[in-house]
Design a protein around this ligand. Structure first.
Ligand code: KIV
Ligand code: ZN
Length: 528
């Protein structure tokens, strides 16, 4: 791929070279719109700070008008982040734009990202507006945002299915009204690479003031083409890519940040573009987002899947032993996957445990470290070998539990064929201890019935999934639970060598998320 039509000026008015691609991360906004992926304030802050540390250029922290929780998260992230731009999303109305500015104004580099649909389908059925009204709304919204913020991005929602003449007119007007970034979304993941690159090239050829803005792309993954479309757009002149950690996002998700960044780094020969991202943070970011959202990364996922650097077949292993380049196009170290130097067991002390966590990319506060160490010792007593995967599962589990209203204390279960299966459960809810003794159709059902007795709720169990973290019958179980209540779904995870304890932890984790979600109510029409 070659940069056939590079922009005439550089992003940020010349501050960055023309071959620099701005990485805009929307894990906290589009990513959080994945069904079940809600995050609380602390979790969002943790992710934002890591994204900043790893060199992400723009962090889209949320949709401030959507809920008080979203507003607060954007405002707090704006206050804390110093190097990256902090961006909030807003529809075209003044109320949205002003609420967005209220939240992002504290940032060292605030950005308002305003959008409206430009495709015939969206204008007619979703907006019920005439194209002329939409065109005027573009001018009004960008002008208003620009009066508040020095940095404004405008997006034409469903851009890839918009009429070209109309798209060129709106892009030109948005730039004239002061938008410094123009984002072309493939909102429904419909585009294919060649066609999407041609769309970007068409804009460069036909919009007279295009050199006054950075052209950005935002691709969804409905056909599995989000990364390919984004990279094709860069070849045609786009210089900002919107993406998410682990490819999280609406429906099939967005372009995966780690794939975009590593593709650009690995294939400099055909894509000579740079990003500012420290790739050795990728594994850590992936694990943090997975732990917080409860979205398990599929083992064969590019870059961050458990098997991304694993070699099973004898022929491959033989090749690897002779020269790693035979079957690896990038090193595990380049994505922060370090070869383990410390072997952990029941004699390992607190200091070694802390060093191991550092090696695995975790830095815990004193309380979380003490709790994780206590659980590690307990695990080491019960399990012959403690692998890195065990420690990651244990710490992820621990991180999820900070600030939870419902806490697991203990569980005793009677299982087997003689029946009835019973569960004897103790939980602490809002600092008050509760106990329940229940029966069920099997030990898992009995356990979940006990939770329902202590914390009555109407949520439906949509998914119950168990997987072993490592090999062997003494492996830790990692359980995923999805609950749904009033159209909202949440995912919880729990890990423990005892599958039933892991199940209880996962269910409680999901229930805690549901409590957070209940407090957040966004009108359906806000989805973007
Ligand atoms: O997918 C989309 O079109 C969006 C816009 C708001 C950028 O998320
Ligand atoms: Zn989107």
């Amino acid at each position: 791929m070659s940069a056939s039509s590079t922009p005439k000026t550089n992003p940020d008015g010349g501050a960055r070279p023309a071959d620099r691609v701005i990485i805009f991360d929307t894990t906290l906004r589009d990513g959080e719109q994945s069904p079940g992926a809600s995050m609380n304030l602390d979790e969002k802050i943790k992710i934002a700070l890591l994204l900043e540390e790893m060199g992400i250029d723009v962090i889209e922290a949320g949709f401030p008008i959507a809920s008080n929780g979203d507003f607060e998260a954007v405002r707090e992230i704006a206050k804390l982040v110093k190097n990256a731009s902090v961006c909030g999303l807003a529809r075209a109305g003044r109320g949205d734009i002003e609420r967005c500015w209220e939240a992002v104004q504290y940032a060292a580099r605030p950005r308002i990202h305003t959008f409206i649909s430009t495709s015939p389908l969206h204008m007619k059925f979703k907006l019920q507006m005439e194209p002329e009204q939409v065109h005027q709304a573009v001018i009004d919204s960008v002008s208003h945002a620009r009066r508040l913020s020095p940095d404004v991005e405008w997006s034409c929602e469903d851009g890839s299915r918009s009429d070209h003449d109309f798209l060129c007119r709106t892009v030109e007007s948005a730039i004239k009204a002061g938008a410094g970034t123009i984002n072309i979304p493939d909102t429904v993941g419909y585009a294919v690479p060649e066609e999407f690159a041609a769309l970007i090239a068409m804009l460069f050829n036909r919009v007279p003031n295009i050199d006054k803005a950075v052209i950005s792309v935002h691709c969804h993954n409905d056909l599995g083409l989000a990364v390919a479309n984004s990279l094709a757009a860069v070849g045609a002149g786009a210089r900002q890519i919107e993406c998410t950690v682990n490819g999280l996002g609406e429906r099939a998700g967005n372009a995966a940040m780690e794939e975009i960044v590593m593709a650009l780094k690995t294939r400099q020969d055909s894509m000579p573009f740079a990003t500012g991202v420290r790739t050795d943070y990728i594994t850590r970011a992936s694990r943090l987002v997975s732990a917080i959202t409860g979205f398990v990364v599929q083992p064969n996922k590019a870059i961050v899947g458990a098997n991304a650097f694993a070699h099973e077949s004898g022929i491959h292993q033989d090749g690897m032993l002779k020269h790693a380049g035979t079957y690896e196009i990038m090193t595990p170290e380049s994505v922060g996957l370090n070869k383990s130097t410390l072997v952990m067991g029941k004699h390992s002390g607190r200091h070694a445990f802390k060093m191991k966590l550092k090696e695995l990319g975790f830095e815990l506060g004193d309380n979380a470290l003490n709790d994780a160490f206590r659980r590690f010792k307990d695990l080491a007593d019960r399990k012959k070998e403690v692998f890195d995967e065990d420690i990651v599962a244990l710490v992820d589990d621990e991180l999820q539990r900070v600030h939870e209203r419902i806490r697991f204390i203990s569980l005793g279960v009677v299982a087997g064929s003689k029946g009835p299966q019973t569960a004897d459960l103790e939980l602490v809810v809002d600092n008050v201890s509760h106990q329940a003794n229940t029966t069920g159709n099997g030990p898992v059902d009995a356990t979940f019935n006990a939770i329902r007795q202590i914390v009555p709720h109407e949520a439906r169990l949509l998914l119950y999934q168990v997987h072993a973290v490592t090999e062997g019958t003494d492996a830790q179980a990692e359980v995923t639970v999805r609950l749904e209540e009033g159209g909202k779904s949440v995912v919880g995870q729990g890990a423990d060598p005892d599958t039933l304890v892991a199940s209880a932890r996962a269910y409680i984790h999901a229930l805690n998320k549901l409590l957070t979600k209940r407090a957040k109510t966004a009108p359906a029409a806000l989805s973007a």
